[in-house]
Design a protein around this ligand. Structure first.
Ligand code: CA
Length: 335
């Protein structure tokens, strides 16, 4: 279906030098708008013959660090300082961004679960198909900016995949980004992800998880620095070493999620009381927190235990939990 023509219209010339603010027009017929379109911003910044980087933000509408940093970058960057091209969609899933939701409110789908999309499907599927069929072929590098959104908070990191043939190049790009952690994923849950689809197409890909919970100055600054560092790393801008190296800070920790046991989920509905915070190291069997059973004050809380030794790389900020909600992710430190 990737070969089928996309119904998305594009107000943009990708080969135009300089900086062009354009739009994708995705058809969306509704009760309020018979021939309606959803208009999604796209920015192309090009100069010279260097590589093309594709930056996407707002794939999940409740993850705002990437969109804020990418919108700032688009306004502020001087195209004359670049050798290459950057294609930026700071708010790719715009209806979800406006609704502050992970899932697209137009069709109830998760954009990061429907890739490679379907040109004859719903809004979200059509949008994914356009990215795959029209933007991936233009791109040498794809960077998808995520965070934990409303329900998770990560140690800010770049995710790379262990079994890819370009692992060494991905690791070097991940180190250049400048995040405090690089998460090595073994593709435990990957169906329909943007980043896995671009990797399968042979494109060097990074996915960032820039914190979550609430937007903070530190995570937005990290996203901005990461953009700048990647431009330098891939030769689009000149200059010395990337910011993380210049500042003399500690190198990024390499952490692996070994298996699905690393994801700790709530067993019951209630209020989760965490005992440990992000970045704490645990032994197997250590108490992580407990779920208080609201409405049943007399019932003892359910205590959750670490399923493996390791580092708390992610946890759930809201206390309210339902059975199956992920409350923590435990990773294994590689170096
Ligand atoms: Ca996400």
């Amino acid at each position: 279906m990737v070969d089928e023509v996309s119904p998305v219209q594009v107000d943009l010339d990708f080969d135009q030098p300089g900086k062009t603010f354009g739009a994708l027009r995705v058809p969306h017929s509704s009760n309020d708008s018979a021939y309606g379109q959803i208009i999604i911003p796209i920015v192309v910044i090009g100069n010279g013959n260097g590589p093309t980087l594709l930056f996407t933000g707002g794939v999940h509408g409740d993850e705002s660090e990437g969109p804020i940093a990418l919108m700032s970058f688009c306004r502020e960057v001087d195209p004359n300082t670049l050798n290459g091209r950057v294609i930026v969609l700071p708010t790719l899933n715009l209806p979800a961004v406006h609704a502050a939701t992970r899932i697209c409110p137009l069709d109830g789908r998760d954009l990061n679960r429907v890739f490679p999309g379907d040109p004859r499907g719903s809004f979200t599927q059509v949008l994914a198909h356009y990215v795959v069929s029209s933007l991936f072929p233009l791109s040498d590098v794809v960077v998808d900016f995520h965070s934990g959104g409303h329900t998770l908070k990560y140690i800010p990191c770049v995710i790379i995949h262990k079994h890819r043939r370009d692992f060494t190049a991905s690791l070097a790009a991940g180190r250049a980004f400048g995040s405090p952690m690089i998460l090595i994923s073994k593709d435990l849950e990957t169906a329909g992800f943007l980043g896995n689809t671009s990797e399968a197409a042979g494109i060097l890909t990074l996915t960032c998880e820039l914190g979550g919970g609430m937007v903070s100055p530190g995570t937005v600054d990290l996203a901005k620095a990461g953009i700048s560092n990647l431009l330098r790393h891939f030769g689009l801008t000149a200059g010395g070493p990337a910011m993380s190296e210049r500042s003399g800070g500690p190198p990024a920790r390499l952490v692996e999620i070994v298996d699905l046991d690393g994801y700790v989920v709530a067993p019951k509905q209630g209020l989760y009381e965490p005992f440990v915070d992000l970045g704490e190291s645990l032994q197997k069997g250590a108490a992580l927190g407990r779920v208080h059973h609201a409405g049943h004050t007399w019932d003892p809380p359910s205590t959750l235990f670490a399923t493996r030794p390791g580092l708390v790389i992610c946890r759930r900020p809201p206390a309210h939990v339902h059975p199956g909600d992920c409350v923590a992710i435990i990773g294994q430190v590689v170096e």
